[in-house]
Design a protein around this ligand. Structure first.
Ligand code: PGA
Length: 258
């Protein structure tokens, strides 16, 4: 089986304006070198307003960091005030789009059905989705972790083709670990990611399961990244808070080389 190259993604959430984004990217590019890019793929996911500036800097300086978005609508255009379409993102050279982050599910009412529509639209526009899933603390305490992840994976991926699933990214993000400083233990993170890969295998076959990259997200830091990434089913990290500082984000990217 070909080794899956880790993908380290920085989810900026609603942080940084476009000027701060430019500075951040320039500093990040000084902090990283060819060995870092060889050991991991890197994506950054700034707010929509920063994408154009970020793309210009990445392009002009030839920085091998992929541009990502945090969200999109599934329609190509229309009367959807406040929304941004996948084709608009693709035009800005966005490669990865996060879909179904728990904050979108909890605060903005996203469901597995509309995550599914988003995934199809992201793929149709030629980009790679990062679909997030994970249980809340209540669900975990009620022994619902497995059922929740299964529903989210089955619902989110419904109707996709095997090769599409094999080339996409799924992030396991236990909601209780996001922004709380409470990281899942490597064993818990592996259990979640392993379950996701099993569901992919059951629904889309062994090749899709071997290809799909599964990230762990939830309070990933330079101190805990290496032991998380050492788990067999963890192929990268979706990093929130620690992706906002060049020092911590670059140390996370360099987890193999530390
Ligand atoms: P965190 O966020 O690293 O700040 O916990 C992760 C995420 O929400 O993707």
């Amino acid at each position: 089986m070909a080794e899956r190259k880790p993908l380290i993604s920085g989810n900026w959430k609603m942080h940084m304006n476009h000027l701060e984004a430019i500075q951040f990217i320039q500093k990040l590019s000084y902090a990283l070198d060819q060995a870092d890019y060889k050991s991991a793929d890197v994506s950054i996911h700034p707010p929509f307003t920063n994408l154009r500036s970020a793309q210009t800097v990445l392009d002009a300086d030839n920085i091998p960091v992929a541009l990502g978005a945090q969200h999109c609508h599934w329609e190509e255009r229309g009367a959807f005030t406040g929304e941004v379409s996948p084709t608009m993102l693709a035009k800005l050279a966005v490669s990865y789009v996060i879909a179904g982050h728990s904050e979108r599910r909890q605060l903005f009412g996203e469901t597995d059905d509309n995550v599914n529509l988003r995934l199809k639209a992201i793929l149709a526009a030629g980009m790679t989705p990062i679909m997030c899933c994970g249980e809340t603390l209540d669900e975990r305490e009620a022994d619902q972790t497995e059922a929740r992840i299964t529903d989210q994976v089955d619902g989110g991926l419904a109707g996709l083709k095997r090769d599409q699933v094999g080339a996409m990214v799924i992030a396991y993000e236990p909601v209780w670990a996001i922004g709380t400083g409470r990281t899942a233990t490597p064993a818990d993170a592996q259990a979640g990611c392993g379950l996701i890969r099993e569901r992919v295998a059951a629904n889309f076959g062994a090749n899709a399961a071997a290809g799909v990259r599964i990230q762990y997200g939830g309070s990933v830091k330079p101190v805990n990244v290496a032991e998380l990434m050492a788990q067999p089913d963890i192929d990268g990290a979706l990093v929130g808070g620690a992706s906002l500082e060049v020092d911590s984000f670059s140390r996370i990217i360099r987890f193999r080389l530390q």
